[in-house]
Design a protein around this ligand. Structure first.
Ligand code: GCO
Length: 471
């Protein structure tokens, strides 16, 4: 059954799907690739479920031509992927590695030949280990190196890649990586997470400037944030303040510098006991606030918070991206309520209406900013049966969230693209291969790709919309 044409979507709307380098590529030692923090982290026992690593992953590095052919059959208008920095600069600095650039150059050529627009993310968490060895994102040097790396990639691929994203979800690369320890490099240092967040803001600005310096107005520059949809458990002053606090450390810490050129006062005072923010140097915020053509929003679920009595330790998880530990630096007295309703295999609640609200609120605040939903999707326990992979719950999830995007567009929000996370099953960070988000099922033993029903459904939806390709 072909899905009905979704309401609200303009003819030029871009239907896409997303992946990220470490999650799919494998080939961790091929062609001069350097080590990344995720190689180190995943090889250390206890960090990733099942002892999984990205050494092989979907072996996409060797199978990208076939994978692109599949994306073409699905009718994708755009494919969002990330470049592995350690393939380009094995130690995070110095001359580019030609073989690494060649891989992405071929990928881009294949995409364009299939009529698929490449949407390129420069950093989706695989920092060169050599940079971590000298402080990683806690060091401003890393941001400077990121600017150099961005320039190299822009010079090599800018003739064919139009849409550029500097960073994917800097909240994860700072708080989950340096404070909660559940992501590489696995540190537990709240002050370090704040420094990392600042250096990521700075890096975004330097990366955006580098891309712009090479490509001028030919580039559409963007950044992707996992804007947290936070609810207060009640309308009490205490719970509303808990929401404010989490908004500050989860959202405003990036939105403020990148889009408004400042850190909000409440963030600085909430975290004053942890850090004096001396790592913010004069001029950094001018660098961080660069004009961008679009903001990428990744959305999965919501979080509900309440204020705990003084002295009680924070409990619960922040939903998407965080688990088991509350990585909300400076939020020591906030509780995340357990999610309710039907949950995905990640334990995340399903609330499409919140996506409409989130997009509408962003638009109200930044009326001139184009928005792209750069990730949305769900993990469920998929199995290959006699007739393929039946995943009605994913279809329902996608259908309702696409409807929510349509509702935002009808309300006047300029959303121009929607990317399913993910084009195919892949390495789900600390969960390893245990969680499947893909439209395409991957049999990791044989590397066989199997269409899930959701992939066919998405193909039919795109076709019903008129196979508009764009960006
Ligand atoms: C993220 C990352 C993806 C994840 C996906 C599901 O948003 O955390 O961008 O790499 O795999 O979101 O958790």
């Amino acid at each position: 059954m072909a899905p009905p044409l979704p309401a609200g979507f303009p003819p030029a709307f871009t239907w896409g799907a997303a992946t990220a380098s470490y999650q799919i590529e494998g080939a961790w030692r091929d062609d001069g690739r350097g080590l990344s923090i995720w190689d180190t982290f995943s090889h250390e026992p206890g960090n990733v479920a099942g002892g999984d690593t990205g050494d092989v992953a979907c072996d996409h590095y060797h199978r990208s031509a076939q994978d692109v052919a599949l994306f073409g059959e699905m009718g994708l208008g755009a494919y969002r992927f990330s470049v592995a920095w350690p393939r380009i600069q094995p130690t995070g600095a110095g001359q580019p590695n030609a073989k690494g650039l060649d891989f992405y150059s071929r990928l881009v050529d294949n995409l364009l030949a299939a009529g698929i627009a490449p949407v390129l993310t420069l950093y989706h968490w695989d920092l060169p280990q050599a940079l971590q060895d000298v402080g990683g994102w806690t060091s401003r040097e890393t941001a400077l190196r990121f600017g150099d790396y961005a320039e190299i990639v822009a010079a090599a691929l800018g003739d064919r890649v139009h849409t550029w994203t500097t960073l994917n979800e800097p909240w994860c690369s700072s708080f989950l990586s340096y404070a909660s320890g559940i992501h590489a490099p696995g540190l537990h240092d709240d002050a370090a997470a704040l420094a990392a967040a600042h250096h990521l803001n700075f890096a975004h600005g330097l990366g955006a400037q580098a891309v712009r310096s090479v490509l001028d107005e030919r580039a559409r520059v963007s950044v992707t944030l996992n804007v947290h949809a936070i609810r207060a458990a009640s309308s009490s002053e205490a719970d509303l303040d808990a929401k404010r606090q989490i908004d500050a450390v989860g959202n405003e810490i990036f939105i403020g510098p990148m889009l408004e050129g400042s850190y909000p006062e409440d963030l600085l005072s909430d975290t004053a006991a942890i850090s004096d923010w001396a790592f913010v140097r004069p001029g950094d915020l001018i660098d961080a606030q660069q004009p961008i053509e679009a903001l990428g929003v990744n959305y999965y679920s919501t979080s509900t918070v309440r204020r705990l009595p003084k002295g009680q330790v924070a409990t619960g998880s922040g939903g998407h991206g965080s688990t088991g530990y509350s990585p909300w630096v400076g939020a020591g007295s906030v509780e995340f309520l357990p999610p309710t309703g039907p949950l995905t295999a990640m334990g995340w609640n399903i609330e499409p209406e919140a996506l409409t609200t989130l997009l509408t609120d962003l638009h109200r605040r930044f009326p001139d900013l184009e928005l792209m939903v750069t990730e949305n999707g769900a993990a469920f326990e998929d199995e290959v049966g006699p007739s393929g992979v039946s995943d009605p719950r994913r279809i329902d999830y996608l259908d309702r969230h696409i409807g929510a995007v349509g509702a935002a567009i009808e309300a006047g929000v300029p959303v121009t693209a929607y990317f399913v996370w993910s084009a195919m099953d892949n390495f789900e960070w600390a969960y390893g291969y245990a969680k499947r988000f893909g439209l395409i099922y991957v049999d990791y033993a044989t590397q066989e790709r199997v269409w899930k029903d959701s992939a066919r459904w998405y193909r039919d939806l795109i076709a019903a919309h008129g196979e508009h390709r764009g960006q």
